[in-house]
Design a protein around this ligand. Structure first.
Ligand code: BGC
Length: 742
């Protein structure tokens, strides 16, 4: 892989620390040191502002704006008005003046600069000293978002000076934030400031959503003056000739996604009464409990230990199921790239983590799709089809991707939802969900696939003019992934109706026998391009005849290719952006033989440039299965430290949150050899050479399984009850602790 690490974060198992101010990497650090609690996400920016690359971002799950309508094209089916997650209020608007001079770490002489984010509490601290003519002044900025009272954000600023200094601090709330470099996305509706308390209410311009924030500030000295401004309100604290000063601030934010509460938010809300210390203790308790349930321990590889904990911590911050209207954007709540949109990544890359760690959250992710089924139906109509077509990129369920090749030709979100339903039901056994919500989605997705698919002149059924997961191949016929996923969707839909068709909750769906027969017929006739002699699945009809490119010969300086190759040059050969056929072999692993996986891995991997951050983990999982252990570990290192080491040189724009989820999948499905697409849970562990041991946990059907793997042996402990699984190739009843030779 033509990528290399840019390491500047200290290695530690339970935290990330930046020592010394890496000014040019400031925006990267802001992403890495992001805080979140699903409700809200806050980049790790310097609240007082800094002369360095910076994006002061604060985002709320489900708070968005419509993009400007495009009138350039009237073509049917092309998205005319997208939407994007909008940078919201700056809850930490701060100015600091020392003896009349503005504090700016981009311009000061600094000593002992350090940023630290602690995975055991979610506390982010930034500390440093500045040198002035009169002496030194030290600063400690701390902040955390409550994981339990998710509306609350806490901040503390401690200043200690060698000499008596005049200190002025403004601490406020501000809707003048910039999005995409432009301000003015919010209208301030009201504000009030009274001594140490203030409040602000803002409204989005086009979506009529509101955010109200309430601030309370405590300060151990100085005079307080309440201030109101065009976009906000706050308090100015002035202290004369002091050697130390501490302010503590709590902000409670209320987001109204539907516009239902509007100005009432101000009347009903107030700042939280709970103290900084108590709230921090509560966060520590939360994380202590969380890590007990969800930690992955690696002995013998500190860098990957830190990498995987960072991934799990950030994933938990982004989403843990507080509301079924929330989803997981490709960049979580950490930046503006990908407009905050959720993709097929949710069901294919993120869902497995929640299936085994937090089943209720997994269900909520599927309920999000259920609640947006009507939008998916509208989208199918726009594409001249029937049923429901789920969007490639969305915040509210509507299609937001204005690149028509993606929005009109990629169906992996729809087949991904069907896969997610199957996967969830497999792991949870939740037939009630299946019959009340799941089957309706399956039926509508199948209707869509039936109407979008067609028979070619040769009588083969499949999908024409599509784009599979490998986005370097557009408008292709019989993309193997799309055809196969559709086949499985039809089959699963039919099997569910055969089993539960007579249930009252299912009868209301009004499916006819003829319709079910057409699903079965199309599944049977689905063309899957496969060559028995070579055991290769052809990525699409004609792929094998494309000009070949030796990916390994592309000079490293030419990456990312988008910036160095003309757009069409990337697309007119057999180079892959990300796994396509191999993705199938991960999702439906049980359907393919070892020989097929090996042949396809060895054929497709060398053709893949891993331009998508989702790519390495899939390759790592398959490499493990194929006993290519070194390759598996090297791909894993990339997946687990993708952002920490800024491999793709774009972490400044936000974390690769869905790839972070894929890193969990990488350990559990890769080294752990877990498979959950069949009826029985499969566990088939291996261990990389350099690791002494590793362990992970799975919650499965009411039991907790702890899998501890050492050289030559895997110990599986089941607390509460018994689990039937296929371990190391043998069907086994697991209870208590059992050891298996590996
Ligand atoms: C990938 C898609 C993915 C999206 C969001 C793109 O670069 O090609 O498969 O859904 O990023 O992560």
């Amino acid at each position: 892989m033509a990528k290399h690490a840019e390491k500047y974060i200290e290695t530690d198992g339970w935290s990330i620390t930046e020592k010394g101010f890496h000014k040019q990497k400031n925006a990267v650090s802001e992403s890495l040191f992001s805080l979140g609690n699903e409700y809200c996400g806050l980049r790790g920016y310097a609240e007082e502002g800094v002369s360095a690359p910076s994006l002061q971002g604060c985002y709320f799950n489900g708070i968005y704006e419509y993009a400007r309508e495009t009138h350039e094209t009237a073509y049917k089916g092309i998205v005319k008005r997208g939407h994007y997650m909008v940078n919201a209020v700056n809850p930490l608007k701060t100015h600091i003046l020392i003896d009349g001079r503005k504090l700016d770490t981009g311009k000061c002489a600094l000593e002992d600069y350090e940023r630290r984010l602690d995975f055991k509490s979610g506390l982010y601290t930034r500390s440093f000293k500045i040198k002035t003519r009169k002496g030194k002044i030290s600063f400690v900025f701390s902040r955390f978002l409550s994981m339990t009272d998710f509306r609350n954000l806490y901040q503390r600023i401690e200043i200690n000076s060698d000499f008596p200094a005049d200190i002025e601090i403004y601490a406020g709330l501000d809707f003048g934030t910039k999005h995409g470099g432009k301000a003015g996305r919010w209208t301030k509706i009201a504000s009030a400031a009274d001594g140490a308390d203030c409040s602000v209410l803002g409204r989005t311009q086009s979506t009529n959503q509101y955010i109200a924030c309430f601030q309370r500030v405590q300060c151990d000295c100085g005079e307080k003056e309440a201030v109101e401004s065009k976009f906000g309100a706050g308090v100015k604290i002035s202290a004369k000739a002091v050697k130390s000063l501490q302010i503590t601030k709590c902000v409670s934010s209320f987001a109204d996604k539907t516009g239902e509460f509007g100005e009432r938010l101000l009347k009903d809300g107030k700042p939280a009464d709970i103290s900084y210390e108590d709230a921090l203790k509560e966060n520590k308790r939360y994380y202590c409990d969380f890590w007990q349930k969800s930690d992955i321990e690696i002995d013998g590889d500190e860098e990957n230990q830190q990498g995987i904990r960072f991934c799990i911590f950030q994933l938990q911050q982004t989403y843990h199921g507080i509301a079924p209207t929330d989803n997981i954007g490709a960049k979580g709540l950490t930046g503006e790239a990908y407009s905050g949109h959720a993709f097929w990544d949710t069901e294919t890359y993120c869902l497995p983590y929640f299936l085994f760690n937090n089943l209720a959250a997994a269900k909520d992710l599927l309920l999000f799709r259920y609640s947006t089924l009507d939008r998916a139906k509208e989208r199918a109509k726009e594409l001249d089809c029937k049923g429901a077509c789920y969007p490639i990129a969305t915040l509210n369920g509507g299609e937001a991707c204005d690149l028509w090749q993606h929005a009109s030709l990629q169906f992996q979100p729809s087949t991904g939802v069907a896969y997610g339903i199957m996967h969830y039901v497999n792991v949870s056994g939740d037939v009630e969900f299946l019959t009340e919500c799941g089957m309706e989605m399956l039926l509508e997705i199948s209707r869509f696939l039936l109407s979008r698919g067609d028979y070619g002149a040769d009588g083969k059924f499949g999908f024409f003019c599509v784009m599979g997961p490998d986005e370097f191949q557009m408008m292709v016929n019989h993309n193997c992934y799309t055809n196969y996923m559709a086949k499985k969707t039809f089959e699963y839909t039919v099997s569910c109706f055969e089993k539960y068709g007579e249930w009252e909750s299912v009868k209301r769906l009004g499916v006819t026998q003829t319709e079910l027969e057409s699903f079965s017929e199309c599944a049977k006739k689905m063309y899957i391009p496969y060559d028995e002699k070579t055991k290769l699945f052809e990525q699409h009809d004609g792929y094998f005849r494309l000009p070949h490119i030796e990916v390994k010969d592309i000079p490293v300086e030419e990456f990312p290719l988008y910036y160095h190759w003309s757009y069409d040059r990337i697309y007119r050969n057999d180079m892959l952006k990300q796994p396509d056929v191999l993705m199938l072999m991960l999702l439906y692993g049980g359907d393919f033989t070892f020989e097929q996986k090996k042949a396809n891995y060895e054929f497709y991997e060398p053709r893949c440039i891993h331009e998508s951050s989702l790519s390495p983990s899939v390759h790592s999982v398959l490499a493990s299965e194929l006993k290519k252990h070194e390759e598996a570990l090297s791909f894993f290192g990339f997946a687990s430290r993708l952002d920490l080491d800024d491999y793709n040189r774009n972490t400044c724009e936000g974390l690769h949150t869905t790839s972070i989820a894929a890193a969990w999948l990488n350990i559990v499905y890769g080294f752990g050899g877990v498979r959950s697409d069949g009826e029985k849970l499969v566990i088939n562990p291996s261990i990389p050479d350099i690791w002494r041991s590793y362990s992970f946990r799975l919650n499965y059907r009411g039991s907790t399984l702890t899998v501890e793997v050492r050289k030559g042996v895997a110990a599986i402990t089941v607390s509460d009850g018994e689990v039937c699984a296929v371990v190391c190739g043998r069907e086994t009843r697991l209870s208590g602790t059992k050891e298996f030779a590996i």
